[in-house]
Write a protein that binds this ligand. Sequence first.
Ligand code: NAD
Length: 355
Amino acid sequence: MDQFEYNANPGRVIFGHGTLQKLPAELERLNLSAPLLLSTPEQVGQAEGLKNDVLQGKVAGLFSEATMHTPTHVTDRAVEYAKSRSADCVVSIGGGSTIGLGKAISIRTGMPHICIPTTYAGSEMTPILGETADGAKTTRSDPKILPGTVIYDVDLTMTLPVGMSAVSGVNAIAHAVEALYARNTNPIINLLAEEGTRALATSLPELVRDPSSRSARSSALYGAWLCGTCLGSVGMSLHHKLCHVLGGSFGLPHAETHTAVLPHAVAYNAPRIPEAMARLAGALPGSEGDAVKGLNVLLESLGVKRALKDFGMREEDVDRAADIAVSNPYWNPREVEREPIRELIRRVWAGEPAR
Ligand code: NAD
């Protein structure tokens, strides 16, 4: 076996149905008594339920202004509010946007952060924080950003709309896919990547057919956890770079963009990563040994949109996106060249199949 380094991320995970009820015991275990709850305006009902039904009103406060891209002016307001209420920890209940706010408050104040994820984006498993100030997004990584406890409660994901569930699940698969060929990958992460991909690729089509399936929801959340661990452990390459550019510079939606780009990024790298492609194909039902085919089959079965033009990207933006993508690229197993990258982006823009 080749040499490798493996860093297990610290952190405690509680997984299951109804696990939200374990939050009071977790707070007690950590000797915390004044949590500041965080949510988006859309999920304030879930946060209110947590406050009233689970914590019997014993909270420092509820801040429900979490929003996409973690703007620093929102974080500043939340930090002021936390101080004014003498909070001793933050509890984020929501997707990547709410968890981002929890991370931003925690790194500024040193307060412990307990995460209760309700999508499959995976941020809860990473020491990474992206923030926006004056329209510019910056990303940093620090072990102190990693939340200390994560409570996965499948029941909370039952309300995630089916379309969002599908693209959020593929967003998670993308983390595992790029972990398989990361420069610093290792055998342990490969195992998690394959298992996470398999769990999501089998449960997502079932979930789309029957959004109320508790077993499909459970398997999807389990897969998302493993894929999030991949994202938090090893470096990401071309796929994440392209999505960062398309989301950051053209305002395209996060999980939808990941979904449309993934088969194309994999097809671009395929000639240089035969071992990763074989592993990925093995985790994708219907691949018949071809990982790109397996991804196409999966996306077809989910009925998701695959053309970036359907999300408002203009054809004239293809060239600019290619320029940004090739300037300052992430490490990638295949050289990142302007013309083939432009053609890749054009195909995703048009919604043509990956090949
Ligand atoms: P999101 O958090 O923006 O949520 C989208 C919408 O769905 C929100 O209105 C939210 O309230 C709602 N929602 C979430 N869960 C729900 C549920 N169970 N039921 C009903 N509604 C629900 O979406 P996301 O895709 O989870 O997160 C995307 C953001 O997270 C992006 O900004 C991305 O950059 C960031 N992210 C960061 C990391 C990291 O490691 N730092 C990793 C992944 C994603």
